[in-house]
Design a binder for this molecule. Structure first.
Ligand code: NAD
Length: 275
């Protein structure tokens, strides 16, 4: 698998900014992280939008996936088992082959060091979990899981036998209809994860936002809410976004390199340790 790692030079100015961001992380009482598709670009998973994006290549898909599922769950399951949309096949194949990168690992280590209360991700690729992050709110679901629409129970894919002759599958607990955990276009965010996010954001005094264009709601509203209530906003992205003007510190560059360096400065405030 080919992984795009952009050429990147850590300038003195940027390193000083990373150090400032690390200071804010160490001072934080309730640090949250919000990540998006950009975090997994260095693992070989393209984002939807922009250069190299799946939609740029294949065109934007219909945005009524959930309505279609509800109208015909068995038909939607047949499509899930035999995808016809090229962007869906491309996403599925790259996700299956991907491994966590330096950015995922740095965030997992930030949690292990006791700095991180919760990581909210819009990604469905399971890479934060594979990197070792434990306090994880997957706001758009997880491609390796199924979910009951009735009681929100999640199932690992090998936990629930799918009979192609008897679709849709039903929840063994409540008999509700089971669908892929990945949140479809037009689907409400599952209530359990959404209420957890709101509770975390209400307590948050510092949010680190990495690899998201911050255009998809409700996740895009979380950093805006933190900034509005006087919290610290730290951003990591190679490009300016709509959040950049609100950011206390904006770190322009790829997540792998920047987050690794950030972890270095969080660990070693004196700057005398190794990198
Ligand atoms: P987006 O595609 O709108 O934006 C991606 C952002 O990542 C851009 O701002 C871009 O500048 C930035 N970026 C690109 N390379 C980067 C790098 N190396 N390091 C850091 N940032 C980098 O993605 P989004 O904001 O997450 O929203 C789109 C939706 O797409 C989400 O809802 C998500 O569920 C879904 N999605 C997920 C995956 C995945 O699970 N990996 C992949 C594609 C899309």
């Amino acid at each position: 698998m080919r992984v795009e790692t952009p050429d990147f030079e850590l300038t003195e100015t940027l390193d000083a900014d990373i150090r400032r961001a690390a200071d804010r992380i160490r001072e934080a009482r309730h640090l949250l992280v919000l990540t998006g598709a950009g975090l997994s670009v260095e693992s070989g998973i393209p984002p939807f939008r922009g250069k190299g994006g799946l939609w740029t290549k294949y065109g934007e898909p219909p945005l009524d996936g959930y309505q279609r599922f509800v109208a015909d769950p068995a038909g939607a399951w047949r499509t899930l088992l035999n995808p016809t949309e090229p962007w869906m096949t491309a996403l599925r194949e790259t996700v299956a082959a991907a491994k966590p990168n330096a950015g995922h690992r740095a965030l997992a280590e930030l949690e292990a060091l006791g700095h991180l209360r919760c990581l909210i991700t819009q990604n469905i690729d399971d890479l934060h979990r594979q990197a070792g992050t434990r306090a994880l709110a997957e706001i758009h679901g997880n491609a390796t899981l199924y979910r009951c629409l009735g009681c929100c129970r999640r199932f690992a894919r090998d936990e629930l036998a799918i009979d192609p002759e008897d679709l849709p599958p039903r929840c063994p607990d409540c008999r509700g209809i089971v669908k892929a955990d990945t949140v479809s276009f037009g689907e409400p965010i599952p209530e359990d994860v959404l209420s957890r996010c709101f509770a975390e954001v209400a307590r948050c005094d510092c949010m680190l936002v990495a690899g998201t264009s911050a255009t998809v709601y409700p996740a895009a509203g979380f950093p805006v809410e933190v900034a509005r209530s006087g919290g610290v906003l730290l951003e990591v992205n190679p490009e300016p976004t709509e959040l950049t003007p609100l950011a206390t510190v904006s770190l322009q560059g790829p997540a792998g390199a920047i987050l690794s360096r950030l972890l270095h400065w969080v660990r070693d405030a004196s700057g005398e340790g190794g990198s």
